[in-house]
Write a protein that binds this ligand. Structure first.
Ligand code: ZN
Length: 290
């Protein structure tokens, strides 16, 4: 088992992270290549996996992407604003060059799967995962399967109600101050305060607002899907916000629905070193060999 090699591509808008794990999901190699043109970036990925062969590969990509295997554009990046990448076929060049099974999903789904298998979701049958970083995304897993029938989720653009004290107009060009990403993603912090989030004191009210929006998302996830865990990853939240999210969740629920203890239901991501997408990709690759 452990002599098997599994591959991961975290395909991001600024860099591709290429990795090889063993069959126990220990990372043996990791290489970052800048996201330039599709041709050059995919060529760098192919060169890496030609030099370091793997039995199967998982790709977690920025989006929007087509993850429906029966679709003619399966494996493509769709209408992204990322220069040069709209309508790029990511999957076929890799398949043609490497001739191995390849799993293709979103970066968020890959992280969700990593947490489900190896992190905050261990021991439960269902999880909703949110990442709050430069953007916001979410994925839901039930019994090892991603929820979604015709496309991947776009949980970052689900509606929120503005905090009564937060007069920010929002950054989403589609939804103004009415969606989660537009009100709570990392860039909203600097847009409100002039100070990047990582330099801002955690007592600043903006973190209270973001906790309020995260709680709305957690509550929506819970009343819609009743998952066993709701996991928050990404760089924006710290442990300091978890009690606030749970407090606002309880206020939103107002005693209505029964739920697990909130410190078990609403948790932070647990795979170390932001490695959830790598091990998630590797596990999705492994599934193709089973
Ligand atoms: Zn939006």
């Amino acid at each position: 088992m452990s002599e098997i090699r599994l591959g991961s591509i975290e395909a991001g808008g600024t860099k591709f992270v290429l990795a090889v794990t063993d069959g126990d999901y220990n990372v043996l190699l990791r290489k970052r290549v800048p996201t330039t043109t599709p041709e050059d970036t995919l060529a760098a990925a192919i060169e890496f996996f030609m030099a370091h062969p793997v039995a199967a590969l998982g790709i977690g990509s920025f989006g929007p992407i087509d993850i429906m295997p029966d679709s003619p554009t399966y494996g493509h990046i769709l209408k992204t604003p990322k220069q040069g990448w709209a309508d790029t076929d990511v999957l076929d060049p890799l398949r043609a060059a490497l001739d191995i099974p390849i799993a293709f999903t979103t970066d968020v789904n890959a992280s969700a799967y990593g947490e489900y298998k190896f992190g905050a979701g261990r021991g439960v049958n269902s999880l909703v995962y949110f990442t709050i970083g430069t953007g916001i995304g979410g994925g839901a897993i039930q019994n090892g399967q991603f929820i979604g029938g015709v496309a991947h989720s776009e949980m970052g653009h689900a509606p929120v109600i503005a905090h009564p004290d937060d007069d920010f107009a929002g950054l989403c060009p589609f939804h103004g101050n009415r969606c989660f990403e537009g009100m709570a993603a990392g860039p909203t912090i600097e847009a409100r305060t002039g100070i990047p989030g990582e330099k801002l004191d955690r007592s600043n009210p903006v973190f209270d607002y973001i906790s309020y929006y995260a709680a709305q998302m957690a509550y929506s996830a819970y009343v819609n899907l009743a998952p066993a865990r709701i996991v928050f990853g990404g760089s924006v939240l710290s442990d300091a916000e978890l009690p606030k999210i749970r407090k606002y969740f309880a206020q939103l629920n107002n005693g209505y629905v029964q739920h697990p203890a909130l410190d078990e239901l609403i948790v932070r991501s647990q795979v170390p070193d932001n490695g959830s997408a790598t091990v998630g990709d590797a596990a999705l690759a492994q599934n193709l060999l089973a």
